[in-house]
Design a protein. Structure first.
Ligand SMILES: CC(=O)N[C@H]1[C@@H](OP(=O)(O)OP(=O)(O)OC[C@H]2O[C@@H](n3ccc(=O)[nH]c3=O)[C@H](O)[C@@H]2O)O[C@H](CO)[C@@H](O)[C@@H]1O
Ligand SMILES: C=C(OP(=O)(O)O)C(=O)O
Length: 430
């Protein structure tokens, strides 16, 4: 199993090109199931999760092509890919494919809408929480689907004539359920209203893609989406938005190590809450023509309290990285995780660097230390893993991060991007 070795202490200086967002690319790829025409996606990141979803889509009959570099295009830019679901040959998403990645469950919406049936393995829980699918089932039922759970599979059938528009009020905000019901509703008969919808930038990216494919959606970017069903969607060409979690992660890494980094392509409007909090900790973040520049204001890292919330709040996917930053603050801060019940697995690993963190229910109390020390640590989930990498960058001495396959799910060329900015970091194979 690959590991990362890094030696902390170097400031980060230079430019980092922000990749396409994993959490937008995955549902955009799934949207290709809604039409028999090709969907072209630009700026798709090279990630393990993208590869895994390619396998799942291919099993449904989607032809996938990766296109070459175009004239004038810089090396290393995101992939241009075509997804063509001319004929859906199989509406089953099997356990061995779905269990590896939660977002693959979302194929249930488009398959049901277009083929009027689907059989999709339950995704199960994962390290950060139990992550049930009750909101998906509630939404699909409201659209008229018949639902059965059979041998670990969710078996769904549309009523005669296909799904019917409905007024759906989600009792809780869910990114995945919003993506899934929004996609399904594009091909339903009549109008669907989704209230308490997630309004993450990735939802907007997908909604705009669906509109480019011929869907009729209003209220995009708000808590209330209105979708007027159409008979058919067509092909389109759509850009994957830059990854706001990668942006926030590198901004926090720069705040921890010192230095000055331009995050190329980063969009401030996608992470205002996080940038606001980062500013309070002592980071200076200034918009430039081609991205966001980050450096420290010279007064040390200030402790700041944070609560994770659905967008536009502070993202749970930056909570572990923010905790790493707070371990170096000049005082005590409190972090409240409100989205996932078990997203504190990095606490024990951060303690190996000498961090002082206690957890009581949803709340972690972090007492800052002036200096972390390098350590052997174990990655437990995607964002926890990167919090260990950035802690290692700021720590004195050598750090080894084990089980980095989690990192490859969601961070493209992490070692390369960081080493180009002066970090001493390498991947150890085997
Ligand atoms: C691929 C992707 O985009 N993943 C993101 C997505 O995950 P995901 O879409 O899985 O997260 P949700 O927004 O659905 O989850 C939010 C909360 O709702 C709960 N819930 C969800 C569905 C359901 O049917 N019942 C239920 O109780 C979850 O357990 C969790 O406590 O949004 C999360 C919250 O921003 C991010 O951390 C993930 O990175
Ligand atoms: C939790 C995450 O991903 P997923 O929903 O795919 O598990 C994440 O991206 O941090």
């Amino acid at each position: 199993m690959d590991r990362i070795r890094l030696v902390g202490g170097n400031e980060l200086r230079g430019e980092i090109v922000i990749s396409g967002a994993k959490n937008a690319a995955l549902p955009l790829m799934i949207a290709s199931l809604l039409t028999d025409e090709p969907l072209v996606l630009q700026n798709v990141p090279r990630l393990a999760d993208v590869k895994q979803l390619e396998r799942i889509l291919e099993n449904h009959g989607v032809d996938i092509a990766v296109h070459g570099r175009r004239r004038g295009e810089e090396e290393g830019v995101g992939q241009r890919m075509t997804f063509h679901a001319a004929d859906i040959v199989d509406t089953t998403a099997p356990y061995d494919l779905v269990s590896k990645m939660r977002a693959s469950f979302w194929v249930i919406g488009p398959l049901l809408a277009r083929e009027h049936n689907a059989r999709v393995s339950l995704p199960g829980g994962c390290a950060i929480g139990t992550r049930p699918v009750d909101l998906f089932l509630f939404g699909l039922k409201e659209l008229g689907a018949e639902i059965d759970i059979d041998e670990g599979y969710v078996v769904v059938k549309a009523p005669k004539g296909g799904l019917r528009g409905a007024h759906i009020v989600f009792p809780k905000v869910s990114v995945g359920a919003t993506h899934t019901i929004m996609m399904a509703a594009t091909l339903a008969k009549g109008t669907t209203i989704i209230e308490n919808a997630a309004q993450e930038p990735e939802i907007t990216n997908v909604a705009e893609c669906l509109v480019a494919m011929g869907a009729k959606i209003s209220g995009i970017g708000t808590r209330k989406l209105t979708i007027e069903g159409v008979d058919k969607l067509h092909g389109a060409t759509v850009d994957v938005i830059p990854d706001r979690i990668e942006t926030g992660t590198f901004a926090m890494a720069t705040a921890m190590t010192g230095g000055n980094v331009l995050l190329k392509g980063a969009r401030a409007e996608h992470l205002e809450a996080a940038l606001d909090i980062l500013g309070k900790t002592g980071a200076v973040i200034t918009p430039e023509a081609d991205g966001l520049r980050v450096y420290r204001n010279g007064n040390g890292i200030q402790p700041v309290d944070v609560e994770t919330d659905p967008f536009p709040g502070f993202p749970t996917d930056l909570q572990a990285q923010f905790m790493a930053l707070m371990t170096m603050s000049s005082g005590t801060s409190q972090i409240r995780e409100t989205i996932f019940e078990n997203r504190y697995m990095h606490v024990a690993e951060l303690a190996r660097f000498g961090a002082d963190i206690t957890v009581d229910g949803q709340v972690a109390t972090v007492t800052g230390k002036s200096q972390l020390k390098g350590a052997q640590v174990m990655a437990t989930d995607l964002r926890a893993s990167v919090s260990l990498v950035i802690a290692g960058l700021a720590a004195r001495g050598e750090t080894i991060v084990n089980r980095i396959y989690h990192l490859d799910r969601g961070f493209e060329r992490l070692e390369d991007k960081l080493s180009r900015c002066g970090a001493e970091i390498e991947r150890l194979a085997g």
